[in-house]
Design a protein around this ligand. Structure first.
Ligand SMILES: [Zn+2]
Length: 130
């Protein structure tokens, strides 16, 4: 097996590799639980964490692992769960957006009402205390 060069970022010689009978390999990754794609990759966004993501729909593992093997185990645990009902998920998220929009609109109405009440209170005070 060829020697691996130190990390180009930090210079560390602690470079992880995965072996099976002397071969370098990546951990086996289950298909994406969202879209079923097999285009799954492990990335290392930070020096001490790895995460797994889908090359088709962009789904990411919600948990990061310290190593690629740990990240793969977390991904595979999630990937083994029943597939997400995508239509139901979209319907739920749409409902959240509708409620959020209504809350924002109600907040604007409330703020406007508070300003009008404050103005009326000021006029009332002026009438009662000339
Ligand atoms: Zn996917």
């Amino acid at each position: 097996m060829p020697d691996l060069k130190p990390c180009p970022i930090c210079g560390s010689a602690r470079i992880a590799r995965f072996r099976t009978a002397g071969k370098v390999r990546m951990p086996d990754l289950k298909p994406c639980p969202i879209c079923g794609s097999a285009r799954i990759a492990i990335s290392r966004p930070q020096l001490d964490s790895c995460l797994v993501d889908c090359g088709d729909c962009g789904a990411e593992s919600s948990d990061v692992g310290e190593t690629a093997g740990a990240a793969a185990a977390l991904w595979n645990r999630r990937a083994g769960a029943p597939a997400v009902d995508r239509d139901a998920l979209v319907a739920l998220l749409d409902e959240v957006v509708v409620i959020r929009t209504a809350v924002d609109a109600a907040s604007e109405i409330r703020a406007e009402a508070d300003e009008r009440i404050a103005a009326l209170a000021g006029r009332l005070d002026a009438l009662l205390n000339p």
